[in-house]
Design a protein around this ligand. Structure first.
Ligand SMILES: C[S@@+](CC[C@H](N)C(=O)[O-])C[C@H]1O[C@@H](n2cnc3c(N)ncnc32)[C@H](O)[C@@H]1O
Length: 278
């Protein structure tokens, strides 16, 4: 596997995995892998036509665009992220796809006020794990929901399930580096249990709690998700000083060996889905 060429990140402080073009592509693939789980959760949560829904930490907006199609022309999606590069991409894609019901706002969700009141719904996937003040954001979101409004969350609850069904020393080094980088930025990967507690403390009614872990071989499409992570993110961690070049090469060699050996499966990092109503 070759080193990915990154577009420079100008004028913004990106989150730990960056906002370069390779990360944008990776988030797109990740979204295609996860789309069935996400749309199923939204349907069970009651997200539907005419609603106003927040997409918290939208990134390049793959979720926002799906939500925009669900809420339709009478509804509205408010996409919030601190990356102007990601939001510019979302603006250009919405224009291209004729979606006029998405507004984008460049905000730091650790501090800034969030737009929208009497919201019908809010969604976040892999955002709270990167925040310094996740509880404060949850409080602000709950305040802005209407009574009966619903929040849907997909966040990790046990990142350490991420691994293989065969010994994988180079992958273990990678995961240690991922966690080191994550904590260094002030985030906390396994934030889901705390989110569940805070939802209850804030008076929300928990409608559903569902763990999601997959154990798959290379011919399953889900394999492509960790594969893209291993292709892109180690180089970013190496640039930040959390891995050496030889550790990255050993990781990619190990991953290719597993992909060819025909019996090793990958175990995805454990995600918790929470659906809660005000
Ligand atoms: C792993 S990406 C997930 C993107 C999107 N939710 C998805 O699932 O495709 C994390 C996103 O959170 C954003 N983010 C991290 N910290 C943030 C902060 N303090 N304020 C706003 N956005 C933040 C990053 O810019 C990035 O777009």
């Amino acid at each position: 596997m070759q080193k990915k060429i990154f577009m420079p990140e100008i004028g913004e402080k990106p989150y730990v995995f960056g906002t370069h073009s390779a990360e944008l592509e990776r988030l797109g693939l990740q979204h295609r892998v996860w789309r069935p789980d996400v749309t199923d959760a939204w349907r069970r949560a009651g997200f539907t036509a005419g609603q106003t829904i927040l997409d918290l930490g939208s990134g390049p907006g793959f979720l926002s665009m799906d939500l925009a199609e669900i809420v339709g022309p009478e509804g509205r999606v408010i996409a919030l992220d601190r990356s102007s590069d990601f939001l510019n991409y979302l603006d250009s894609q919405s224009k291209k796809n004729g979606l006029q019901n998405i507004s984008t706002h460049c905000v730091n969700l650790d501090e800034d006020e969030i737009p929208g009141d009497a919201l019908d719904g809010a969604y976040a996937r892999w955002l709270f794990a990167f925040l310094r003040n996740p509880k404060k954001l949850l409080e602000r979101v709950v305040k802005n929901l209407r009574v009966g409004g619903t929040i849907v969350l997909h966040e990790y609850f046990h990142y350490h399930t991420f691994g293989f069904t065969s010994p994988s020393p180079a992958f273990d080094v990678f995961i240690a580096a991922v966690l080191k980088g994550w904590y260094a930025e002030g985030g906390k990967p396994d934030i889901a249990p705390e989110l569940l507690t805070w939802c209850q403390e804030l008076g929300l009614r928990i409608e559903s709690v569902k763990p999601i872990v997959h154990i798959v071989s290379p011919e399953n499409y889900i394999w492509q998700w960790p594969k893209s992570f291993v292709e892109v993110s180690p180089w970013r961690l190496a640039d930040l000083g959390f891995m050496t070049k030889s550790e990255v090469e050993a990781l990619q060699q190990e991953f290719s060996t597993f992909e060819k050996d025909g019996h090793t499966r990958i175990i995805t990092p454990a995600v918790l889905e929470i659906i809660a109503k005000k």
